[in-house]
Write a protein that binds this ligand. Sequence first.
Ligand code: PRP
Ligand code: HPA
Ligand code: MG
Length: 182
Amino acid sequence: MRDDIKEVYFTEEQLRDKVRELGARITEDYRGKNPLIVSVLKGSYIFMADLTRAIDTPCNVDFMVVSSYGNGTKTSGEVQIIKDIAQPIDGRDLLIVEDILDSGVTLHYLMQILAARGANSIRLCTLLSKPERRKIDVNVDYLGFEIPDEFVVGYGLDYAEKYRNLPYIGILKPHVYGGEGE
Ligand SMILES: O=P(O)(O)OC[C@H]1O[C@H](OP(=O)(O)OP(=O)(O)O)[C@H](O)[C@@H]1O
Ligand code: HPA
Ligand SMILES: [Mg+2]
């Protein structure tokens, strides 16, 4: 798998430090609020597991499965909810956890749906953001890293359902996408 990686953007150590920093901020902001932390699967599964262990205040967790990319590198523009959260959220303080904010289509759609269910507050924590690619504005409360317009994999992020298990984040060599050379 390592042979398919052109460049490592964030090492395991860099990811660990960032997760600790975000966890400390979230701990301070949500003390005494018992937030419901909602992970948007599948991409956020590793980030969610690490982030929640870096949060040192009582909280609940839940999961949604959403997909808009299918097997490609471009959003289909259609967001499919494959699994919804399993509890009412009215009056709750929600923290949405995402791996990446790209065009903004997925999160814009998701935040609208959740806001309509009467949560007391909704904030967003995303590990990565690609500002150059934004089609719809989405407000980020907790951001790990801004990255350029490159398709990244690893630490939960996939290309055609592969590479999620890489412990670091990087970009693929062009031949992996069926391109020429390398
Ligand atoms: O801002 P956007 O352009 O909408 O892109 C971001 C979304 O796309 C990816 O999910 P994907 O549809 O690939 O599902 P996955 O998490 O199962 O990989 C990623 O995990 C985000 O949820
Ligand atoms: O760069 C990316 N990598 C993996 N999945 C994604 N979904 C949106 N952008 C990306
Ligand atoms: Mg994906």
